[in-house]
Ligand binder design. Structure first.
Ligand code: C2E
Ligand code: CA
Ligand code: CA
Ligand code: CA
Length: 278
């Protein structure tokens, strides 16, 4: 039993060492990824439910790792947050997405809109990197209304962050604010009052069982009614079936996003989702 215990302990420390090693390697690779521009953005369509038209996209980061291949954000965002590297990555994401939006407004659709994710860590900086974002939009001659910043409830909750001032400044400049994954965090209705929020994104977990769970339907309907009374628009995430789409459309939901329309795809593939001569 004693030997067994020692063995387990050795395995435990070995696996801890392995974890630490892998983490250190990830951080080193992330630093290199920034300097060598290994990130790219995928875009997922957002459809206006009343017309079926593709009017927006959400930009979602991907990492083209030189040896490990394409890596999804779930594998690296938290390491980027822990190390603070997310601020630099987030600046790159903003600029790349804004540049792409300006292009697509010229070539695809003049009112096209792109939604950009942000991390709570980006609101901890005392310096305002976000005023540089506004400068960049001016350089591109891209109207502020063309972009939206997505925040999670975590951003709004954090007491030490500068989120209130930063979001206010972005909103005052004309950038819209979207509340991501709505309903999954410590949703407090007070946030809806305190912050100038333009869009609520209903989390996929409520959309998933819409056809079988009447409670989920009731929650979606209530969120939509509430949002509209507060002059916000609603985007439902994770729509995978035509049935879910129909229910949400009938409930008055404004926009839909999910595999029913398309998975997130690279920019070139995204352009092909537009009908010719729209
Ligand atoms: P999110 O912001 O909630 O993004 C939606 C995620 O759901 C995406 O995963 C998307 O591929 C997936 N999804 C979309 N439609 C469907 C569907 O119909 N069914 C299912 N099962 N999934 C669907 P992805 O691209 O892997 O991104 C994961 C998360 O990583 C995002 O969740 C977001 O929190 C974070 N993330 C992505 N890009 C960025 C970024 O540029 N900056 C920051 N800070 N976070 C990012
Ligand atoms: Ca999002
Ligand atoms: Ca989401
Ligand atoms: Ca999510």
């Amino acid at each position: 039993a004693k030997a067994q215990g020692r063995n387990n302990y050795q395995q435990f420390t070995q696996s801890m060492q392995l974890k630490a090693l892998l983490h250190a390697r990830l951080v080193r690779d992330l630093r290199r990824a920034i300097s060598e521009q290994q990130f790219c953005l995928y875009y997922q369509p957002i459809v206006e439910l009343s017309t079926g038209k593709l009017v927006k996209a959400e930009a979602l980061i991907r990492w083209q790792h030189p040896t490990r291949g394409m890596i999804n954000p779930d594998q690296f965002i938290s390491a980027a947050e822990e190390t603070g590297l997310i601020s630099e990555i987030g600046d790159w994401v903003f600029r790349q997405a804004a540049w792409q939006t300006a292009e697509w407004r010229k070539t695809l659709s003049p009112n096209f809109h792109v939604s950009i994710n942000s991390s709570p860590v980006q609101y901890l900086d005392k310096t305002s990197r976000m005023s540089l974002w506004l400068d960049y939009l001016r350089t591109l001659e891209l109207p502020q209304e063309a972009v939206s910043i997505e925040v999670t409830e975590g951003v709004l909750m954090d007491k030490i962050s500068t989120a209130p001032e930063k979001l206010r400044a972005l909103h005052d400049a004309g950038i819209s604010i979207s509340l991501d994954d709505f309903g999954t965090g410590y949703s407090s209705l007070a946030y809806l009052k305190k912050y100038a929020i333009d869009f609520i994104k209903i989390d996929r977990s409520f959309v998933q069982n819409l056809t079988t769970d009447s409670d989920d339907l009731a929650l979606c309907e209530a969120i939509i009614v509430m949002a509209h009374k507060l002059r916000m628009k609603v985007i439902a995430e994770g729509i995978e079936t035509a049935e879910q789409e129909l229910i949400l459309h009938d409930a008055g939901c404004d926009y839909g996003q999910g595999y029913l329309y398309s998975e997130p795809v690279a920019a070139e593939a995204f352009e092909k989702l537009f009908p010719p001569n729209h």
